[in-house]
Design a protein around this ligand. Structure first.
Ligand code: C2E
Ligand code: CA
Ligand code: CA
Length: 570
């Protein structure tokens, strides 16, 4: 093909979609077409899966051959957008095999352009996801017909039983209520049928996220999640945060990308309530608080007199003085070369050790810092500390490593950010190429114009830019090549057991292909087990990061690791 590297691409399904569907199945499918959609190449897996031979598909429009009738016009529209370089939406479609079985496929499209910028071909990579949009069977008693989840009454019965068991056994049980933000407006805007699609998809995501628990749809667009036998309130808070997070991905089953958010309210028996109805009430008021605070967040039942780390106001006040009191420190997690497993970089991660409450996770205080504007001070503190520590490692004669620092939306949008970074680089005599900044799609898209300029100025100074949590955002990958990126970090949700561990990592493969087409380095985040590592080995990643190699550790420990190397994997 006399074309240049592929240039722009459609957004693949988000991990939320993967979560909704539990797993990615089988090998990737691939089809190459001309700009009108006529098939020039279909890989053997696609032919095998569709039960068609090459003669039957060659030269035909691909969406007419490999998608069900109802989705063809939506796919054609998305395809035409890819061809013109405009922003396309996520694409999912059903592929029927030779035996009439349905396969749910998520497609990622990439165009190749010639020297004049005209599209010469489009490559679409498809992965099969299980479970999405399966035709509904007759509902069992107590089951919500639309989603197949437990209904309100069945859920309350179950909640009462669990509370009784928790009472007998002396353990805690958590209840999380989750509501989709601005649901009514969405349905009014997008029309009939949208609501049902959204509810079904989100029901799937919640079910996939909650390994041990009960998920129910208890009213219109409100879900309830019962987490029996939680060990600590912190575990329950983490789970509520995770539930809000998985709801956030774009809805892949709709023809247009829809950005959803949800709010959650958490209450724990016996700490917050003594009965099922009281627990529902407490979780309900926490939910209202989260929703009225702007949505897209979780709230726990407020602790008495604001004296627990769960209280946001307490956190806000304490955070103000935390840096001055030296409570905020920085830990580092190694990034290792995928081939040699040598440490070639570290990521700086903020840690808050509160004298009374102990370690508070960044997932809890970073959002507060972002909301209050404290993130600027905090971010600069982390940046300065990381650059100073890296200088100390260099001065100690250790092999140079890159140092990655996370940057939030507010930092990136601040007019003096680029100058602040430049000043710190100069003060710490940091050679160019040492510093990498990690930005999320959300942080960039918050003000894409300002962010694009800031990122360009930073790369001009030799600073690397990694796109963090890749695949969890809602923005269009077509814009990525304008962002002066140097690397992407594939979010660890793609490596969850049940996907990466036991299945071929087809989604990772598709994302690697996409990153390659944009000439970016690829990091896999959250590698925890040897099984995950083995399943990733054939995928051609550049770097790994995860607990398997090392947890985030203090600077002194990194210094030792750099001198002695990581212990061998067993
Ligand atoms: P992140 O940037 O995605 O950082 C990676 C997170 O994944 C870290 O969580 C790390 O401990 C965790 N992690 C690494 N390997 C594994 C693994 O194998 N398994 C699992 N389950 N987790 C793994 P951490 O330190 O709790 O940080 C959470 C988030 O807080 C970070 O996510 C980042 O978004 C934010 N954050 C941390 N420090 C800063 C900071 O200085 N500034 C800003 N703006 N955000 C920060
Ligand atoms: Ca990061
Ligand atoms: Ca990340």
């Amino acid at each position: 093909m006399n074309s240049r590297a592929p240039e722009e691409s459609a957004l693949p399904a988000s991990p939320g979609d993967i979560a909704a569907t539990r797993s990615v199945r089988g090998e990737a499918l691939a089809v190459v077409t001309d700009p009108t959609g006529r098939i020039q190449f279909a890989n053997p897996e696609l032919l095998r899966r569709s039960g068609l031979d090459w003669a039957a598909v060659s030269g035909k429009p691909w969406f007419d051959v490999f998608a069900e009738r109802a989705r063809r016009s939506a796919l054609r529209r998305a395809f035409e957008q890819v061809v013109t370089g405009a922003q396309p939406g996520p694409c999912s479609a059903v592929l029927r095999d030779g035996n009439g079985n349905e396969h749910h496929i998520v497609w990622v499209a990439t165009r190749s352009v010639d020297a004049t910028g005209a599209t010469v071909s489009v490559t679409s990579v498809g992965v099969e996801v299980s479970g999405a949009g399966e035709t509904s069977r007759p509902a069992a008693p107590g089951t919500d017909r639309l989603t197949g989840l437990a209904g309100r009454e069945a859920f309350i019965r179950r909640l009462k039983n669990e509370i009784e068991a928790a009472h007998q056994g002396g353990f805690a049980t958590a209840l999380v209520l989750v509501r989709i933000d601005k649901y009514t407006e969405l349905v009014i805007t997008l029309g009939d049928g949208t609501g049902e699609t959204i509810l079904r998809e989100l029901a799937g995501r919640l079910t996939a996220t909650v390994a041990n628990g009960v998920v129910a749809r208890i009213s219109g667009h409100e879900f309830a999640v019962l987490l029996p036998r939680v060990d600590t309130s912190a575990d329950a808070v983490r789970m509520a945060e995770e539930l809000v997070r998985v709801m956030r991905a774009p809805c892949g089953s709709l023809p247009v990308p829809v950005h959803l958010t949800a709010s959650a309210g958490l209450a724990v028996y016996p700490h917050d309530a003594a009965s099922a109805s009281e627990l529902m009430g407490r979780a309900g008021s926490a939910l209202t608080r989260a929703a009225t605070a702007g949505g897209n967040r979780q709230a726990a039942v407020e602790a008495a007199a604001g004296d627990a780390p769960g209280s946001r106001m307490m956190m806000e006040q304490q955070l103000h003085g935390a840096i001055a009191r030296g409570e905020l420190t920085v830990h580092y997690q190694p990034l290792v070369d995928a081939t040699t497993h040598n440490v070639i970089g570290v990521e700086a991660l903020a840690r808050w050790n509160h004298p009374m409450f102990g370690d508070i996770a960044p997932g809890r205080f970073i959002p507060v810092a972002e909301q209050t504007g404290l993130i600027r001070t905090l971010g600069l503190h982390v940046l300065r500390t990381a650059l100073e520590d890296a200088k100390a490692w260099r001065d100690a004669g250790l092999a140079p490593v890159t140092v990655a620092v996370n940057v939030s939306a507010r930092q990136l949008a601040h007019p003096s950010f680029v100058d602040d970074v430049a000043l710190l680089l100069a003060e710490t005599s940091t050679p160019s190429g040492v510093l990498e900044l990690e930005v999320t799609e959300g942080a960039v898209m918050a003000d894409v114009e300002v962010a694009t300029v800031a990122l360009r100025h930073l790369t001009e100074r030799g600073v690397g830019i990694s796109l963090d949590d890749f695949g969890t955002g809602y923005s269009c990958i077509a814009r990525l090549d304008r962002l002066s990126l140097t690397a992407i970090k594939i979010d660890r949700t793609f490596l969850r057991p049940g996907t990466a561990a036991s299945e071929p990592v087809a989604m990772v493969r598709a994302l690697v292909a996409l990153a390659r087409s944009l000439d970016l380095r690829v990091v896999a985040e959250g590698v925890e087990t040897m099984d995950q590592l083995r399943s990733l080995e054939a995928e051609g990643l550049d770097l790994y990061q995860g607990f398997l190699f090392s947890r985030p550790v203090p600077a002194a420990v990194i210094q030792r690791l750099l001198a002695e190397g990581l212990p061998a994997l067993v």
